[in-house]
Ligand binder design. Structure first.
Ligand code: ZN
Length: 670
């Protein structure tokens, strides 16, 4: 839906522009356990915000941390109780060595990461690697009537009984998705009752051009009389103690906000006070129109991935501000949109006469909370209500400092050494990789998709199942072709064409080889972005074979994909772009089908097996998440905030223990 997730294991390149030369570099990866790596992210540009903006960020960041318990409770009814008990044992136990303790610590780290006892991505319940015997001994020693949050027997069952609460989100065909899922959005009701309840609500709202997102902010239960009712999340309702704190900080933020921000914060507070979803809509409408404010935020019950019926939203928050430098980049691209179109290597009849570039917004995250923490998306596209998107628009942003941190964390993971044969290519990638990735994305999104036009008589649906692969190929080819154009140097986007060559080496290697590690042996390439990359790389390999443009080198039993002639490769990108544009413009289904089927789908099994084995040997954790920075206000004699200092803690365990102590406002059962 509306989140863009990065393929963290694939990010192998970094750029040197942000590294501070004076200070010794702190490690980017601060913790590793199970299938997770925890990374710290930096907030470049925070120091340059005005004192008022810093104060605003500080208040919003406090609000972002106050909803953590809500998510633990949403994910699992006993989530807070389990976490608190584990933390008590963790901080009390004197047995801090040996296998049992290490397994216990790992389990707790996973619980913090997932905001519960189920894996954040697979939704499966974690299996403890410590023994029940050891755990019961700890319970006996450290949990007593003064600190017991949950019955010992129930707790042991929750942790050790595999069948009980096995999945947070069970959407298998044939099951009652409500009773089979361990999330806490419903209790004592089954799927049929839930569907009937909301069908009645929707029927009453029939024909409303501004439909309310019913069910978004409530738990559905049965009351004493056996009637199905909502327990709404608002002040005075469910989760009140946490929401009161969120509102407390939002009110502080309101005081230092600009008039536009003040208006929508007011609506958001009304919504938190009443639980009335109409205020959430009015908040969103005002918020989506604010494209001017430097600092921005998300705070509320937003995404519904955790509800098998996609209705209930988990609580989350992101505080951010605009990345001025990166936005300048996309503004330049937009400014020259017509030049790019007029010079595209395609049939002039298929060029757009008047083209408008889109300037993408790039942001820097200052704080992550709730369902955006520790794991987070690298892009945001909100609000979710379709009618608001249609009538009032949406905000779409990419988060630069998070992708940067992913890149940094991936440096030295051995990926480049394993797959990039030549040192000169590795160096070019390390130096310009991030810039070339960013520009490739910008050109693809801001210009590529919007370029070109259909021939008279073509409707646009002729390419059917091949259309998305071909469309992605068209946008990628547009980006690749122009990345290697001297024009980019002239307009100040790149210092040298080495930026393009870095991308070319990486793109071809990924398309022909490394991306295959994500596909099970024996399977075809299905996903359209992956197909597109394979199509481009394989086509150029074949067409440039006589001139050895791309070469597969075998060394010590391993295969490497190497680009020998960047200039000629760029011409091939242009030729393929011309053909793909023709296919789209003319709706030439047969030609489109042939391109995709010949180059994008089938994988040679021996080559495939080799990639999988080499990738596996690198032991790269597939999931990543973050530790947050910390903000400390500086007060004057009268107690007014005059500045806010930022620091970067690098201890994952300590951060979660602190959050558990200082930002935990809900009872163990809600
Ligand atoms: Zn695209």
């Amino acid at each position: 839906m509306n989140k863009i997730f990065g393929l963290t294991a694939m990010g192998i390149f970094a750029v040197s522009t942000m590294a501070t030369a004076q200070e010794p570099e702190q490690p980017w990866v601060v913790d590793r356990f199970d299938d997770i790596k925890v990374i710290r992210y930096e907030v470049p540009g925070f120091e340059n915000l005005s004192a008022k903006e810093k104060e605003y960020v500080y208040y919003l960041s406090e609000a972002a941390k106050c909803g953590r318990d809500i998510l633990f409770d949403q994910n699992f009814k006993y989530g807070i109780a389990v976490r608190r008990t584990l933390e008590t044992i963790y901080t009390s136990t004197t047995e801090r060595e040996g296998q049992e303790f290490e397994a216990f610590e790992k389990y707790l780290k996973k619980v913090w990461f997932a905001n519960g006892i189920h894996h954040h991505y697979s939704n499966d319940k974690f299996t403890p690697e410590f023994s029940e015997e050891w755990f019961r001994a700890q319970l006996g020693k450290y949990i007593n009537d003064t600190n017991r949050e949950i019955d010992d027997e129930l707790l042991c069952k929750i942790l050790f009984d595999k069948e009980l609460y096995a999945s947070r989100l069970n959407q298998k065909a044939g099951v009652d998705v409500i009773t089979a899922s361990a999330n806490n959005y419903y209790e004592g009701v089954n799927q049929e009752e839930v569907e009937a309840f909301y069908a009645a609500m929707a029927a009453a709202d029939e024909g409303n051009p501004e439909p309310i997102s019913y069910g978004l902010n409530s738990k559905l239960v049965k009351n004493d009389k056996g009637e199905v009712v909502e327990r709404v999340w608002h002040i005075g309702g469910m989760y009140s103690p946490a929401i009161e704190k969120i509102v407390y900080w939002l009110e502080k933020a309101q005081k230092v906000a600009n008039p536009v921000q003040r208006k929508y914060i007011k609506e958001l507070i009304k919504y938190y006070r009443t639980g009335d979803l109409k205020y959430f809509d009015s908040y969103n409408i005002l918020w989506v129109k604010d494209t001017e404010s430097h600092v921005d935020f998300v705070n509320g019950f937003i995404e519904s991935y955790g509800d098998p019926l996609g209705r209930k939203a988990s609580w989350e928050s992101v505080v951010n501000f605009r990345d001025v430098e990166a936005c300048k980049r996309t503004e330049i691209i937009s400014k020259y949109a017509q030049w790019f179109e007029d010079n595209a290597p395609i049939n002039p009849a298929y060029r757009k006469e008047e083209v408008k570039g889109v300037s993408a917004k790039v942001i820097t995250v200052a704080m992550l909370g709730g369902d955006c923490f520790p794991a987070t998306a690298i892009g945001i596209n909100l609000p979710n209500a379709d009618w608001i998107r249609k009538e009032h628009g949406s905000k779409s942003v990419t988060i630069d400092n998070i992708t940067y941190a992913y890149d940094k964390a991936a440096q030295g993971n051995g990926f480049a050494e394993e797959f990039v044969l030549r040192a000169e290519d590795r160096e070019r990638m390390a130096k310009y990789g991030k810039l070339s990735d960013d520009l490739h994305t910008d050109l693809h999104e801001c210009l590529g998709h919007g370029s070109g036009q259909l021939a008279p008589g073509t409707k646009g649906d002729e390419l059917r199942t091949y259309s998305s692969t071909l469309e992605e190929a068209r946008a990628d080819l547009f980006a690749l072709y122009y990345l290697g154009d001297e024009k980019l140097i002239e307009i100040g986007l790149i210092p040298t064409l080495d930026v393009a060559w870095a991308q070319y080496s990486k793109y071809i290697m990924n398309g022909m080889q490394t991306q295959l590690s994500r596909i099970e042996l024996g399977k075809d390439v299905e996903e359209s972005h992956m197909r597109n990359r394979k199509l481009i790389a394989e086509w150029c390999y074949e067409k440039g074979k006589a001139e050895n443009v791309i070469e597969i080198v075998e060394k010590d039993g391993k295969h490497y994909v190497v680009v020998n002639d960047f200039v000629r490769l760029r011409e091939l990108f242009g030729e393929l772009l011309c053909e793909v544009q023709r296919i789209k413009s003319e709706g030439d289904y047969e030609a489109g089908k042939a391109l995709v089927e010949d180059y994008a789908v089938k994988v040679e099994p021996t080559f495939h097996a080799e990639v999988i084995a080499r990738n596996k040997a690198l032991n790269i954790e597939p999931y990543g998440g973050f530790v947050n920075p910390e903000y400390t206000p500086v007060y004057d004699k009268k107690g007014r905030i005059i500045d806010v200092k930022i620091s970067y803690p690098a201890n994952y365990v300590q951060q979660h223990l602190d959050y558990g102590k200082n930002y935990s406002f809900l009872p163990s059962l809600n």
